[in-house]
Design a protein around this ligand. Structure first.
Ligand code: ZN
Length: 92
């Protein structure tokens, strides 16, 4: 028998994207996730934390730029930031 499972609309937010050359754009966010366009126009997705508390980052498959999604205390995505490559733990 089918259960009556709720169906929720995902609430999208808008957060800033900051590139290394100081230019800015906007990303769409939902919870710990974000989606944005790289400066090369590749559509990217990222998240502000990974399972088990790992940090994580996104690398553009087209041009190689790297990004981190910053979070607030509630682990919600609040900003996307391009970081220097190669990515190191120090670039968090
Ligand atoms: Zn790119």
């Amino acid at each position: 028998m089918a259960r009556n499972i709720p169906d929720a609309q995902i609430i999208l937010g808008t957060i800033p994207v900051v590139f290394l050359d100081k230019t800015k754009a906007t990303a769409t966010s939902e919870g710990n996730n974000a989606g944005w366009h790289c400066q090369c126009n590749q559509l990217l997705i990222g998240r502000c934390y990974y399972q088990f508390g790992w940090t994580c980052y996104t690398v553009c498959p087209t041009c190689g730029k790297a990004y981190r999604v910053d979070r607030n205390a509630k682990k919600q995505a609040i900003r996307v930031r391009e970081v220097p490559t190669p990515v190191t733990k120090n670039s968090i």
